[in-house]
Design a protein around this ligand. Sequence first.
Ligand code: UD1
Ligand code: UDP
Length: 382
Amino acid sequence: MKNLRIMSVFGTRPEAIKMAPLVQELARRDGIDSLCCVTAQHRQMLDSVLEVFHVTPDYDLDIMTPRQTLSTITSKCLLGMEEAIKAMEPDMILVHGDTSTTFAGALAAFYHQIPVGHVEAGLRTYDKYSPYPEEMNRKLVSSIADLYFCPTVANRDNLSREAIEKGVFVTGNTVIDALKTTVRAEYVFATPELNDLDYVNRKVCLVTCHRRENYGKPMEQIMLALRQIAEENQDVDLVYPVHLSPVVQEAAEKYLRGAPRVHLIAPLPADEMHNLMARSYMVLTDSGGLQEEAPALGKPVLVLRRETERPEAVAAGTVRLAGVVQDDIVTMATRLIRDKAAYETMAKAVNPYGDGNACARIADAILWHFGRGEAPAPFGGD
Ligand code: UD1
Ligand code: UDP
């Protein structure tokens, strides 16, 4: 029997972190040729992940330009994917999550009548402008996909409400698979500044912020809040690896450069980031991935957004929505810094997003789809 050609398509840092373990799992399976096509919607931040996880793309569209717009990303991906599909002749295309690469990758697959597997399917906020453009990308990919790999039961239920019932699997999130390979108790940072921080006697808080819907006033409010938190708490260090987006770089420079106890650093390789998170006191972020990783590591998270498509850890009590208003963020962060009981209530390790076996379930489901094996048992046992 001919091997199945399964092509994973991704382009940004978070997609790469969450797809790398799957590319590797598929490569280990008999009967599958695991192919990897990167759009390079991100260049440096993508390459860093590929290096950490030892993934070599078979095809690289190399589309990134400075200050790229949604239209340029989408059109360049769509055109590039045509060439990639012709060259690679995949039997199935896997896309991840909700980026412009995800949407264009799925659309290109559809145009070539190639089945699509959607990894991290079923997340919703029901607000088409928040997160923007991700919420719409998710919905559009849901209309195109043939297989849906939902991290949680709640994600599956979201799809069910949209009458998507066939080909849906609850697998857990592959980010937990990735995290299991990177976090080590004896880890020594390659970034010297991170080895110099006192994680025992000081409160090292990890910060990230990059979302498009936060550009402008919300990002200004977030940065001012971070500055105030650092100024008012002598025992706190804020470590902020700043995303390479020029919009974000400019905001961080303007509002945070020179603030006491604020460490603005370059984006970290994924293994450095995960081990920093494991050693930190808490996380302040508008990132999707960090909302999934930090709970698994027992770190309280304040989400710098108005809503979240990841309510599971909020329900579990380790994540809280802090919003995008300076005073609200400062109030919530100050409580976690000064009130030990409030902190302890949130600082518990929970794993609503996965058990580290998501990639194995996805590989099983793909083989099942092609009549070559049993369907996997769902994550969470439901
Ligand atoms: C993208 C995704 C977002 C995801 C985020 C993860 C879309 C529309 N947005 O947003 O869903 O949460 O990635 O980080 O798909 N840049 C570099 N080097 C890099 C990466 C980015 O210089 O390695 C700069 C470029 O100037 C680029 C800009 O950042 O034009 C923005 O990148 P882009 O992918 O358009 O948007 P993100 O905000 O990163
Ligand atoms: N990350 C990283 N280095 C950094 C910042 C983030 O490796 O400097 C990782 C983080 O641990 C998570 C992922 O990148 O796995 C999240 O990416 P990002 O916040 O850019 O995107 P989102 O998850 O919001 O789409």
